[in-house]
Design a protein. Structure first.
Length: 348
């Protein structure tokens, strides 16, 4: 079975407030703050996040106590890749309204993104009485458990989420990731497929399903699914990298190279992309570049699938069998299947 970039992706949601602002402020059309808030929400829903932020700024300027405007501006800041600004906004929203449970929910997510796992857990614990019947609450709990490497607890929370709402596409996608990592590929495939059926915009699930088909050598079908993910998120570096890998396996190295380079430009800390760049250089007999890329992949993430196997191949291609065997033996010890096979074949 050929190896694959494993960037299986978890999915999560946040809460945009649409109307609670109007409960605390005048409903009059003359209320400028309300109008700016409404315009901001429209811009947000249209994906015009910077414009939404400008309107939220206007709303806050007119009424600095609008907790909802801070919350929603936080969501917009998160969408443009500014989690620290989002966190500051959620803090402000909660300062204005200590019982703003949606803001706690959103803050829990951004705290987790910023690796404040204790803070995230504290927020989730605080809102549990309010959200104990929410399927998405248990998805969030599961995601925190994942970040703390408590996989059994994570799966239990995803199961709770699906017991409450069997049509929760996020819970299906994230449970599918766990099945994938447990090598229960049929169960993972079923969850990803169901998620895409429930939500045709579930790009995470399309990407993940494509990776599973890639493992089966069904590269044409896998590329179709990865293209669906990219149609929804054209600049997602993992999706670009995953498509690059599938193109490598489809004997289209030059097309693959462009996508892998683009992926690394967007996220140069992705060890899987550097591994794929190394595979590309191997295919072109450029062993020095392959070694550099594969060593970078190893340094970034030694768990990248078959990185030691490919690094050994690069040393072998460069005419250094001693270093090749050293890499393969190290990989075999680490559970790298390609390295194990190559060590058995070439090393004594």
């Amino acid at each position: 079975m050929p190896s694959t970039t494993r960037h299986i992706i978890f999915r999560y949601s946040l809460f945009l407030v649409h109307c609670s602002f109007f409960l605390s402020c005048s409903n009059s059309d003359k209320d400028e703050a309300a109008l700016f808030f409404q315009r901001a929400n429209v811009a947000f829903q249209a994906g015009e996040y910077r414009q939404a932020i400008r309107f939220y700024n206007e709303a806050i300027e007119k009424n600095p106590d609008l907790a909802d405007a801070y919350n929603n501006r936080g969501l917009a800041n998160l969408r443009i890749g500014n989690p620290k600004a989002a966190l500051a906004d959620y803090n402000q929203a909660i300062e204005k309204d200590a019982e703003f449970w949606q803001a706690y929910f959103n803050r829990a997510e951004v705290r987790a993104d910023l690796n404040d796992l204790q803070g995230s857990s504290d927020d989730l614990a605080k809102i549990k009485p309010v959200y104990k019947d929410s399927s998405y609450y248990y998805v969030r709990l599961g995601n925190i458990e994942i970040k703390q490497n408590r996989m059994s607890a994570a799966q239990a929370n995803y199961e709770k989420a699906l017991a409450i709402d069997p049509k929760n596409a996020e819970a299906l996608t994230n449970r599918g990731v766990l099945y994938f990592n447990q090598k229960q590929y049929d169960l993972a495939k079923a969850d990803f497929l169901r998620a895409t059926q429930l939500n045709p915009k579930q790009h995470f699930a399309f990407n993940n399903l494509g990776l599973l088909l890639g493992r089966e050598g069904k590269y044409a079908e896998a590329l179709q699914l990865t293209d669906k993910a990219l149609a929804l998120q054209p600049a997602q570096p993992y999706y670009l990298n995953n498509k690059g890998y599938l193109l490598l396996q489809s004997n289209r190295p030059d097309d693959a190279f462009k996508l892998i380079q683009q992926s690394i430009k967007l996220d140069d800390q992705n060890g899987w992309a550097h591994r794929n760049l190394g595979i590309y250089y191997l295919s072109k007999n450029q062993s020095a570049q392959a070694i550099t890329s594969l060593k970078t992949a190893e340094q970034l993430d030694p768990s990248v699938e078959n990185v030691y196997g490919y690094l050994g191949k690069a040393y072998q291609q460069a005419g250094d069998p001693a270093l090749a065997c050293q890499s393969w033996k190290r990989g075999a010890t680490a559970g790298d299947e390609l390295a194990r096979q190559e060590a058995a074949r070439f090393c004594r």
